[in-house]
Design a protein around this ligand. Structure first.
Ligand SMILES: [Zn+2]
Ligand SMILES: [Zn+2]
Length: 241
């Protein structure tokens, strides 16, 4: 019964993708040239954020998106959030939407290239491992892939990408549909867990997600990883909504 449901979902996804590809052939999101989602010329126009700020108060500039002095003297949650580009840039916004909701996996490559360019200018310490923010199995079946995971692999940093440590154990509604900070925190309470597959004691982790909305997801993931012994959790996101 379960596998039937799974097949049905992937079947519907394939049909949706087939129809979308038929109506919307591959064209550059920036200039419309055929056969590429982001052409080389438009890629050079994508903005990189050069000045990071505190992910909690957004008021103080910090080198790599670390928490500022007023916000972050404790070791809880993440240590920093490095934001690659601007969410409201028209190409970035459309690319992220296509990547996530039109199942355009191929966008992982130009977007990962942008992340790699941004990382070259950062001073984030080299992590022991990369962990993508996981999807719940139900959402994974619907989308067919975890966009953060393929982004992490496409980065190709020669640092292990580990996907069996952090798991999403509770299905939650998307954070963008929550209205208040309390609801967001409540929505994600105990949504993640850490499995004992790999020892992360004393390890430095780079946590990757596509979009940061309020930071609650990253905070929850980082908190679980730190409870399991991680030393530092730095985050990398393509854009902050
Ligand atoms: Zn173009
Ligand atoms: Zn702050």
């Amino acid at each position: 019964m379960r596998s039937l449901f799974h097949n049905e979902q992937s079947h519907i996804r394939s049909i949706t993708k087939f129809l979308l590809d038929g109506f919307f052939p591959i064209r550059c999101i920036g200039c419309g040239v055929y056969d590429e989602w982001i052409c080389a010329h438009c890629h050079t126009r994508l903005p990189l954020i050069t000045e990071q700020d505190c992910p909690l108060c957004k008021k103080h500039a910090t080198k790599n998106g670390e928490k500022c002095f007023s916000c972050g003297f404790d070791n809880n949650g993440f240590d920093s959030v490095f934001v690659v580009s601007h969410y409201h840039d028209p190409i970035i916004k459309t690319a992220l939407h296509y990547f996530k909701y039109r199942f355009v996996k191929e966008l992982a490559h130009p977007l990962a290239l942008l992340c790699a360019q941004a990382l070259q200018h950062s001073h984030i310490p080299i992590p022991d491992m990369i962990i993508p923010v996981p999807l719940h199995s139900r959402r994974l079946r619907w989308r067919g892939f975890n966009q953060s995971e393929i982004l992490a692999h496409a980065l190709d940093l020669r640092i292990p990408v580990i996907t069996d440590i952090l798991v999403r154990v509770r299905y939650t509604k998307p954070q963008v549909r929550t209205k208040s900070k309390n609801e967001r925190t409540e929505n994600l309470r105990d949504a993640f867990d850490v499995t004992p597959h790999t020892n992360i004691n004393g390890k430095d982790i780079l946590l990757i997600d596509d979009i940061m909305t309020t930071g609650t997801t990253l905070h929850e993931c980082a908190t679980k990883l730190k409870c399991a012994g991680a030393r530092k959790v730095h985050c990398l996101v393509l854009a902050r909504e």
